[in-house]
Design a protein around this ligand. Structure first.
Ligand code: Z5A
Length: 229
């Protein structure tokens, strides 16, 4: 694509896998609509607190004043919707600031970072959902993240029919939530495809009741909690 060709001309710092200066972990939460991310996030927050682990809880798009302003633009239903390219660049602009202002400083100080959505959401929504070139997303990922990747990604997987029903009962739908079912089927398939290729993912069956989901989360987090409080 043109974006991919243009980005090739940018001078990108050589990729070095970033390591945390301490045992601090970078954990991301992903899933489709109604998967129960907020509910699971609150549970993980309580686990970290119980283990006296210093952490920052944040979200994407958002997590900084600039990022939250971009989030409003991205979710708003007012006016002409952004083009897919605009949407993608806004998401990565918010992420660049988020890494600079929140995520990297926290990890450097030894604080864990629990982040509601990260770049896997970009692959799932803008890539698989909207059909944007995955190679171009990968190029932007390299440019913006300079090797930073989550240590653990919890994917809350749910049939979009069930998830959308939950989301509808919860609150007014935002711009993404008004997409058709086929979009969410593609998003789900995208997440599952990525999860099948990378061991940092742990997939949780989010159609279970809250107690069962929380038991799975506790089992997934246990090794990290034991290893690095
Ligand atoms: N987006 C993007 O396109 N590209 C990107 O790179 C990024 C994001 C980073 C906003 O994200 C949008 O940004 C998102 C993709 C796009 N699309 N949308 N919409 P968001 O994370 O802020 O929005 P969200 O997906 O709506 O997240 P959420 O508010 O955390 O919702 P949730 O996952 O549906 O969680 P919930 O509120 O906890 O659960 C929904 C309801 O189900 C609620 O009433 C719960 O009480 C109930 N629930 C939860 N768990 C259960 C169980 N186990 N059983 C029964 N009922 C349950």
């Amino acid at each position: 694509s043109r974006l991919f060709a243009a980005s090739r001309r940018l001078s990108v710092e050589p990729e070095v896998m970033k390591k945390n200066s301490s045992s601090a972990k970078f954990i991301t939460l992903e899933g489709g609509e109604g998967a129960g991310k907020s509910t699971s996030r609150d549970f993980i927050v309580s686990l970290l607190s119980d283990h006296s682990i210093p952490f920052v809880h944040t979200r994407e798009p958002g997590g900084t004043p600039i990022g939250e302003t971009l989030r409003e633009l991205l979710l708003s239903k007012k006016g002409v919707p952004p083009s897919v390219t605009t949407e993608l660049l806004l998401v990565f602009a918010a992420r660049a600031q988020h890494l600079h202002e929140t995520i990297e400083p926290a990890l450097a100080e030894g604080k864990w970072v629990l982040c509601d959505r990260f770049t896997d959401a970009t692959y799932a929504y803008q890539g698989y959902g909207r059909g944007f070139d995955l190679n171009a997303i990968s190029t932007l990922e390299d440019l913006v993240q300079n090797g930073r990747q989550p240590d653990l990604t919890v994917l809350l997987d749910i049939d979009p029919v069930v998830g959308m029903e939950r989301a509808r009962l919860r609150a007014e739908l935002d711009r993404f939530e008004e997409e058709e079912l086929a979009f969410f089927e593609r998003v789900r398939a995208g997440y599952l495809s990525r999860a099948s290729k990378d061991s940092r993912f742990k997939v949780v069956d989010a159609s279970q009741n809250v107690t069962a989901v929380q038991a799975d989360l506790a089992a997934i987090l246990q090794p990290l909690l034991e290893g690095g409080g």
